[in-house]
Design a protein around this ligand. Structure first.
Ligand code: PMP
Length: 430
């Protein structure tokens, strides 16, 4: 297949009117015009296998989701200050699948807002101001959660925030020495708590993303999560599970990644996959915590969030996930994909590590397996070459050497074949 060309003219117009704050994927970006299931098409009719988009959870433009949206948009779209059965039904469906006693949902439009609101709740309920976050993570784009996102914060860390190491089992302390691993991370969390207390902020909450996406993608590690949960709670703080990435069956064993560790958080935030592309996000907590928030003066309103159209979309997504057993499907696809990706890594030494969980996968590129020196150039050239040959993946990490594979939940066996054949061919060129 000959390399696909991008749309330089549209890119130039976009730069002029959207400005430089927006970035784009690929040196020669693709202009996508249509999607269906795990496929997307560009303006020239070329088809791409989507191995990257977790937002299109049940597949691009799922007909039942589109139909639910269309039907409700024709009837009524208004806000949460009037009664409507759709939002109540959706919240009831969420309560069925959320962990533990978490059964109260408040609706927002983005993952950023979900985390921002979770932080407001934590501050008001605990009376504390400080937060603990994991190095390298991203939690969103509002002023508060941008500060809580070491991955993109341009300025020095504010003094009400402490960062701790993510469980980087490739470049950090390995988990195959459990005592050393536990002691290292316990010391980190203890020191963060002490620092926030000494500075007079106390701990409002820790925010944990169970797949440690921004930190390099690592499978949930129960010991890590359990230590954080117990220590932060003992210090009077809450635990916020950021399930914007790891939620909705993505990791293959449970609906929410945090459940892999056998712990129940105080607040769960959800976004990306919940609306299959529609802007639908949620902050959910226990009845007691929500009551405490309101008793201490808290309230919430968000004009667009929780409208009946979004609620019908959310209901359709949950219905499809349940009916089509996407949890089991993710598990099956993932077992096969991991096994074959590891076999490919045996063949190509440039892949130094394959890790992650479910359909959230990292292939880390190294120049030398012994030193683990990052090889961003090969990773970048494979990502670009695969795009030119109809397979979309991406690149991430502090060194830019991690290939990120995170397809829609409906990705299956045939798609795995094509992904791995294309990756093999890309690697064979090096
Ligand atoms: N949390 C995590 C873990 C995310 O990955 C993101 C988005 N990449 C967000 C929060 C913010 O979500 P949104 O872009 O919908 O505001």
């Amino acid at each position: 297949m000959s390399p696909f060309s991008g749309n330089q003219e549209l890119l130039a117009r976009r730069r002029k009117v959207l400005g430089p704050a927006y970035s784009h994927f690929y040196r020669d970006p693709v202009q996508l015009v249509r999607g269906e299931g795990v496929w997307m098409w560009d303006a020239e009719g070329r088809r791409y296998l989507d191995c990257y988009n977790n937002v299109a959870s049940v597949g691009h433009c799922h007909p039942e989701v589109v139909d639910a949206l269309h039907r409700q948009a024709q009837r009524l779209n208004t806000h949460t200050r009037y009664l409507h059965d759709s939002i109540v039904e959706y919240a009831e469906m969420l309560a069925e699948v959320l962990p533990g006693d978490i059964s109260v949902s408040n609706f927002v439009c983005t993952g950023s807002e979900a985390n921002d609101y979770a932080c407001q709740i934590a501050r008001r309920v605990t009376g504390n101001k400080g937060f603990i976050v994991l190095r390298g993570t991203y939690h969103g784009a509002t002023t508060l959660v941008r500060d809580l996102s070491p991955a993109i914060r341009p300025d020095p860390c504010p003094d009400y925030i402490c960062e701790i190491d993510a469980p980087d089992t490739y470049r950090g302390v390995p988990s195959d020495d459990p005592d050393r691993f536990a002691a290292h991370h316990a010391a980190q969390i203890d020191s963060a708590i002490e620092t926030l207390q000494q500075r007079g902020h106390g701990v409002a909450a820790v925010i944990v993303d169970s797949i440690y996406d921004g930190s390099g993608i690592f499978a949930p590690l129960p010991v890590y999560q359990q230590q954080i949960f117990s220590r932060v709670r003992a210090a009077g703080g809450l635990v916020i599970a950021d399930e914007v990435q790891s939620g909705l069956c993505r990791l293959g064993d449970h609906y929410w990644g945090v459940m892999d560790s056998g712990v129940v958080p105080d607040i769960v935030t959800m976004g990306k996959p919940m609306g299959d592309g529609h802007p639908l996000a949620i902050t959910a907590t226990t009845p007691d915590i929500m009551q405490a928030y309101v008793d201490r003066g808290g309230e919430y309103f968000n004009t667009f969030a929780g409208n009946p159209v979004s609620a019908e979309v959310g209901k359709a997504v949950l219905r499809i996930v349940e009916r089509d057993n996407l949890l089991g499907h993710v598990k099956d696809t993932s077992d096969d994909l991991f096994a074959r990706l590891r076999a490919l890594a045996d063949k190509h030494p440039v892949i130094g590590d394959v890790r992650g969980k479910g359909l959230f996968i990292a292939a880390e590129f190294v120049a030398d397996r012994a030193t683990r020196a990052a090889d961003a150039a090969t990773c970048m050239s494979c990502v670009e070459w695969m795009k030119d040959h109809g397979v979309l993946v991406s690149r991430m990490g502090a060194h830019g050497n991690i290939m990120k594979i995170r397809p829609p939940l409906v990705f299956g066996k045939e798609e795995t074949d094509l992904l791995l054949e294309t990756l093999d061919a890309a690697l064979a060129r090096h």
